[in-house]
Design a protein around this ligand. Structure first.
Ligand SMILES: Cc1cc2nc3c(=O)[nH]c(=O)nc-3n(C[C@H](O)[C@H](O)[C@H](O)COP(=O)(O)OP(=O)(O)OC[C@H]3O[C@@H](n4cnc5c(N)ncnc54)[C@H](O)[C@@H]3O)c2cc1C
Length: 439
């Protein structure tokens, strides 16, 4: 019986660990979709680029995602209009729709066999009371040029009350895409090192256990930024985890995302139905088996759980916009991209283009809106909530320190997740294996 991520069944390319010192123009830390896309664009532009990955390529969120490649990101356009105004919503739609085109171009350039296929994407609700939310999203989407269509039926085996369709979105096999990007980086003269966890980033140097890279620029594509105190990322990001199962025996058309907090997400991969749901903050529900409700749901629609099942988290920004650009004013040569709020397939491409432009000294029309230095106004409420949670977990860690493990990063009390067999930090979502020594 298979288990773990369906995508990681694909054998991954192996790259050696970093040994000794090297000099380069850009060092990209992290071998997920963000790091590899950035390294691909930079090396294509003739920039000497080195990628350092802690383990193997795609081992993070990018190898565990659902991989809908879309600019339909929940009710994002309504949210952005309220928080930042119509211009921001328009920019978000533009940059993410350009990203789909760009991903398609890269796939063609690389001759990548990664199952990229155009499909419609649907947001749906099973509650009459929430149909209005879809209608509002439709009106805003149409006003910024998205041909969004409201429907009152769906091919999902669920009692749908309303559904909002964006045509011509896409999906792909994320790990095959990453493999193609990695091959492209190497062909363009870039270097990739795996099993090379960066322990420290300082003065344009990234240091691993056995080596060091000196670079003009360092890009943190580590999902959660390594350097998180400067820049205050520990309160500007929060994590949300979901579980995914694969099932057989039922086929659906298109990609579907529920808008309720407990809504499910669906897409096919070949003949296999992927179902994602059970959203929670990592490290806060250690005792619950989140797979059981998904498997029960699958059986209720006459699908058979196919064995693959996994949990994955992403980082959310308080205002729904990612952080892409300079890490902080005090570290001008350190760049980062994070906070994709569960929509990193297109946003990683948008971020990679932005970071590449910044490194090459070109203007980028989206630099200001995605800047980590943007004003925090609309985010203050969420940041206060994040801070309150952090303080609570820090106090918990301090009081139980002699008896229970705490996170070596900040000292928050860790929770043991039996289902995933790992310790989890409720503050910033880091995981630690059962056997890992803890402070
Ligand atoms: C349930 C779920 C479903 C999702 N579905 C979709 C979807 O359908 N469509 C969509 O657009 N997005 C989706 N996403 C979001 C998307 O998967 C992520 O935003 C995206 O994969 C993040 O990519 P990344 O490269 O930034 O991070 P990652 O893929 O996590 O890559 C970061 C890499 O950095 C490495 N690393 C970390 N620390 C170090 C270090 N110190 N030294 C060296 N390397 C390091 C890690 O090992 C990892 O390989 C989903 C997310 C979730 C949680």
């Amino acid at each position: 019986m298979p288990s773990g991520s369906l995508w990681l069944e694909e054998p991954l390319s192996q790259y050696p660990p970093l040994e000794g010192r090297i000099k380069t123009e850009v060092c990209v830390v992290g071998g997920g979709i963000t790091g590899l896309t950035t390294a691909y664009l930079l090396s294509k532009a003739g920039v000497k680029t080195v990628v350092l990955e802690a383990g193997s390529l795609g081992q993070g969120a990018s190898g565990h995602t659902i991989a809908k490649v879309t600019f339909q990101h929940g009710l994002i356009y309504h949210r952005l209009c309220v928080l930042w105004g119509r211009e921001a919503a328009l920019a978000y739609a533009q940059v993410n729709s350009e990203a789909i085109e760009q991903i398609e171009r890269v796939i063609t350039e690389l001759g990548a066999d990664c199952g990229f296929v155009r499909q419609p994407a649907f947001l749906y609700t099973t509650l009459e009371a929430n149909v209005e939310k879809l209608e509002k999203e439709a009106v805003i989407a149409q006003s910024i040029g998205i041909p969004a269509k409201m429907l009152h039926q769906s091919n999902l085996p669920l009692p749908i009350k309303g559904s909002l369709c964006f045509e011509d979105q896409a999906m792909l096999h994320p790990v095959r895409y990453l493999k193609a990007l990695a091959n492209g980086i190497i062909r363009q003269g870039g270097q990739i090192y795996c099993d090379s966890r960066v322990k420290r980033v300082e003065n344009r140097q990234a240091e691993t256990a056995r080596g060091r890279v000196e670079a003009d620029y360092i890009v943190l594509a580590t999902h959660y930024p390594l350097v998180h105190f400067r820049g205050g990322y520990y309160v500007r990001l929060s994590q949300s985890c979901s579980n995914i199962i694969a099932a057989e025996g039922v086929k659906i058309k298109g990609m579907h995302t529920g808008i309720e907090p407990d809504g499910l997400s669906f897409r096919m991969q070949g003949d296999t139905l992927l179902i994602s749901g059970e959203n929670y903050r990592t490290g806060t529900e250690p005792k619950k088996n989140h797979y059981l409700p998904l498997e029960d749901f699958a059986r209720s629609i006459y699908a058979r759980p196919a064995g693959w099942r996994w949990a994955v988290q992403d980082y959310l920004s308080p205002d729904g916009l990612p952080y892409s650009g300079r890490h902080s004013t005090s570290l001008p040569n350190l760049l980062l991209a994070t906070g994709f709020s569960k929509w990193g397939m297109t946003q990683s491409m948008a971020a990679a283009r932005l970071l590449t432009d910044q490194i090459l000294g070109y203007p980028n029309e989206y630099a200001e809106i995605f800047s980590p230095a943007r004003r925090v106004g609309p985010s203050v409420g969420q940041m206060v909530t994040n801070s309150a949670g952090l303080v609570r977990h820090l106090i918990g860690g301090y009081l139980t320190r002699p008896l229970a493990p705490v996170c070596p990063h900040m000292g928050c009390k860790l929770q043991y997740n039996r289902e995933e067999n790992r310790w989890e930090c409720p503050c910033h979502g880091f995981h630690y294996g059962k056997a890992r020594p803890l402070s």
